[in-house]
Write a protein that binds this ligand. Structure first.
Ligand code: NDP
Length: 251
């Protein structure tokens, strides 16, 4: 039988925010390529559905209800993961939220919620998986940032700051963990069709699309494909990088 170029047989992966959208697509793509995959989410129902769909692909899976902005919740999540899988090869920090509004209207609570769920979560999850990955002398981490972390966006000061912070975190951890062959990279999606962007009016969506060189909205699959590459042996020599996946919007 011909082996796939990307084959994750024997690998175990954790995807946060895997109940829907980009996280769900990444989790299913990893499982489709042979990985055993745990998914965590704050929403128990959606994450259970993703996990069942992974099992239907013949892989081992675990659904974990977790709030990734809480250190206690993250500790329990990683403990549950390690109890089932024994080791962690791949971590995808994907969970995220938006609380968009202009600076003058932005409440401290909007700032804190977005920074905690998008950025602090990645710090907490990386910290928990670093020890087992260092011990194993291998591991792949991908942080899901955003193009607005690179170029900014009016009405998203909190979200852009969090996503820019993820890029700094990615580069620092790439340097810290490189001696143990652990790679840490970020992807920066552009405008991707999920519940997060469904909130936009049709007019706003069309305005975005008009500015995209490839003239279409991105799909969760477009992000999952790039993540699969970054956590595969094909990307063993790539660390500390930010890959924009945006139809050419930022170049
Ligand atoms: P979705 O809102 O569709 O999915 C995000 C998932 O994260 C949801 O399942 C959500 O649960 C979960 N989540 C929210 N808060 C927490 C928490 N505290 N702990 C655990 N899980 C939580 O978003 P997308 O799939 O669009 O986005 C995925 C990632 O990609 C995010 O980090 C986002 O910022 C990033 N991104 C998305 C872009 C886009 O255009 N869609 C563009 C650039 C980046 P619940 O269903 O309960 O809300």
């Amino acid at each position: 039988m011909e082996r796939s170029l990307i084959d994750f047989s024997g690998k175990s992966a954790l995807v946060t925010g895997g109940g829907r959208g980009i996280g769900r697509e990444i989790a299913l793509a990893l499982a489709g390529a042979g990985a055993d995959v745990a998914v965590s989410d704050i929403d128990e129902e959606t994450v259970r559905k993703t996990s069942e769909d992974i099992k239907a692909l013949g892989r081992t899976s675990l659904a974990i209800k977790a709030d990734v902005s809480s250190s206690d919740s993250v500790s329990s999540m990683i403990a549950a993961f390690l109890e089932t899988f024994g080791k962690i090869d791949i971590l995808i920090n994907n969970a995220g939220i938006t609380r968009d509004t202009l600076l003058l209207r932005m409440k401290e609570a909007d700032w804190d919620a977005v920074l905690n769920v998008n950025l602090k979560s990645a710090f907490l999850c990386c910290k928990e998986v670093a020890r087992p990955m260092i011990k194993a002398r291998e591991g792949k981490i991908v942080n899901i940032s955003s193009i607005v972390g690179i170029i900014g966006n009016a009405g998203q000061a909190n979200y852009s700051a969090a996503k820019a912070g993820m890029i700094g975190l990615t580069k620092s951890l790439a340097r810290e963990l490189s001696g143990r062959s652990i790679t840490v990279n970020a992807v920066a999606p552009g405008f991707i069709q999920t519940a997060m962007t469904d909130k936009l009016s049709e007019q706003d969506k069309q305005a975005f699309i008009d500015n995209i060189p490839l003239k279409r909205i991105g799909l969760p699959k477009d992000i999952a494909n790039a993540v699969l590459f970054l956590v595969s042996p094909l990307a063993d020599y790539i660390t500390g990088q930010v890959l924009t996946i945006d139809g050419g919007l930022v170049m």
